[in-house]
Design a protein around this ligand. Structure first.
Ligand code: AMP
Ligand code: ZN
Ligand code: FE
Ligand code: FE
Length: 274
């Protein structure tokens, strides 16, 4: 029985552990295969690869690309792509840059009502290459505004809140096309985990499949049993590989490494899709 977890985050984005520490935790959790999928960055690859190799883990290079479908946020996992491909570099660099300006805009709004500054967020982000709302949440925790990271998301930082500001992200079809051109195998992450039960519509999958989408993340803690059943049906209809993963963020989320897994068959199919 192989334990395969294809979606984890390090402090390169909004996880709380270094890439090497995520790999050590993966070994401790009894994983055999682990992918590092930081948001819009592959800066953790070398460190993770070195540590995973020395631990005897099979390491998979990945990324979670921020994308959109008609204005709604979509997360696209890509594995094994060439991170130096110019279009990939340009796409994720643009998103990272937009994320900084967006975070500053959120802090400007927050500062009208809460004792939080941009310097606080920079401090919380530490060495992160990709800034996200979790770093703003951490700043709110540090200032005593909320108890913990997730509490900041229930009201203050949720889409629709007076403090929420969106950021640029490519259309999901363009993101699939770009990652595919760079040799990536793409999987739509947690498509039914949208706020207030929002689900990525079928037509988004139809278009993404036409662009070369390979799989869909079915087993994820933010999907109910019923949603997983419907997603398996959707995967069958579209010929997509069904994956499962933890979406581990270290101490930043309750998600535990290996809490959802990808089957050997699905992992083999992903490798064959390269
Ligand atoms: P952003 O990328 O800036 O839009 O922020 C989204 C990130 O926040 C996601 O990657 C999640 O991992 C994280 N996030 C969303 N909801 C929560 C929550 N309730 N608790 C902790 N982290 C969360
Ligand atoms: Zn995240
Ligand atoms: Fe995600
Ligand atoms: Fe994620």
């Amino acid at each position: 029985m192989m334990r395969i977890d294809l979606h984890t985050h390090s402090a390169v984005s909004d996880g709380t552990e270094s890439p090497a520490e995520v790999m050590r935790q993966a070994a401790r959790a009894g994983l055999d295969v682990v992918a590092l999928c930081d948001h819009d960055s592959t800066a953790g690859w070398e460190e993770a690869r070195a540590e995973a190799t020395s631990l005897g883990l099979t390491w998979v290079p990945g990324i979670e690309v921020s994308a959109r479908f008609h204005g709604t946020s979509v997360h696209l996992l890509s594995y094994w792509h060439n991170p130096a491909h110019p279009e990939v570099e340009a796409m994720v660099a643009r998103t990272r840059d937009a994320r900084v300006h967006r975070a500053q805009a959120i802090v400007d709004l927050l500062a009208q009502d809460f004792p939080v500054t941009w310097a606080d967020v920079v401090e919380q982000a530490g060495g992160a290459v990709t800034v996200g709302r979790p770093h703003i949440a951490d700043a709110l925790v540090a200032q005593g505004v909320v108890e913990e990271r997730s509490a900041a998301f229930t009201e203050i930082l949720r889409p629709g809140s007076a403090y929420y500001v969106p950021h640029y992200a490519p259309e999901v079809v363009d993101a699939v096309t770009t990652m595919r051109a760079a040799g990536g195998v793409t999987v739509i992450a947690h498509p039914y985990a949208g706020r207030a039960g929002a689900e990525l519509p079928d037509r988004a999958f139809t278009r993404a499949v036409r662009a070369g989408l390979a799989g869909v993340e079915v087993d994820h803690r933010d999907h109910t049993h019923e949603q997983r059943g419907r997603l398996r049906g959707l995967a069958d209809r579209h010929g997509l590989i069904a994956t499962g993963s933890s979406d581990y963020h270290g101490a930043g989320k309750p998600n535990e490494l290996g809490e959802n897994l990808t089957s050997v068959e699905a992992f083999t199919s992903l490798q064959e899709a390269r």
